[in-house]
Design a protein around this ligand. Structure first.
Ligand SMILES: CC(C)(COP(=O)(O)OP(=O)(O)OC[C@H]1O[C@@H](n2cnc3c(N)ncnc32)[C@H](O)[C@@H]1OP(=O)(O)O)[C@@H](O)C(=O)NCCC(=O)NCCS
Length: 169
């Protein structure tokens, strides 16, 4: 499967990514609650696991879930619906490394020629990761997100590799 890959992290050691299943629901919900401003519920994850979405988990050598992404793949376009690193591990370049590997896996698989995402305008760490990996802002949705301190715009980002891989021929 396209989302299976391994890589080493300088402090966390050998990590492996794979598609998650319903047996990971409890871990997903626990990390979501402590790590994300607008946490997905168990029902949200169940619905993703039962749909065409791919729920990719990043695990350490003890099979502990460290991070995850939910990716939708439709008609040659990938969309990053959710991307979370467990709170205690944020800011250690894990998100950058994980998303870089997801992009490379998608490119190798030729399942998509572009990758889209939406991010809250005030989410500086996430925007930094996306821009560092080459995503460009492609649009915005004013007042899209409700936060505890009021509404915030959503920024739409895109990474397009269709020409590089000859998928537009
Ligand atoms: C967004 C998220 C996935 C990024 O993963 P991460 O492992 O923490 O990110 P990294 O450590 O790889 O990179 C974070 C970058 O943001 C920068 N950064 C972090 N906090 C920052 C701040 N307050 N101001 C400016 N830059 C900041 C870091 O310096 C780093 O950039 P650099 O590599 O150029 O130094 C993670 O923080 C997370 O799970 N957040 C909560 C859920 C979320 O918001 N997900 C995204 C939804 S679109």
């Amino acid at each position: 499967m396209w989302c299976e890959f391994n890589f080493g992290h300088n402090t966390l050691g050998e990590l492996s990514a794979k598609a998650l299943t319903s047996e990971h629901l409890a871990a997903l919900v626990a990390i979501e609650k402590r790590s994300h401003l607008t946490a997905w519920s168990e029902a949200n994850f169940k619905s993703s696991l039962e749909s065409h979405h791919v729920v990719v988990g990043l695990l350490d050598s003890t099979h502990t879930l460290l991070a995850y992404a939910v990716v939708s793949l439709v008609a040659g376009e990938a969309e990053l619906l959710l991307f979370v690193v467990d709170e205690a591990l944020q800011g250690k370049k894990l998100g950058t490394a994980f998303l870089q590997k997801i992009i490379e896996a998608l490119q190798r698989s030729k399942k998509a020629q572009a990758f889209f995402l939406e991010v809250r305008a005030g989410n500086v760490p996430a925007i930094t990761v996306y821009e560092n990996l080459g995503f460009n802002q492609a649009g915005e949705r004013p007042n899209y997100y409700a936060t505890p301190w009021g509404r915030e715009d959503a920024l739409v980002y895109a990474l397009d590799w269709g020409f590089e891989f000859g998928l537009n021929d």
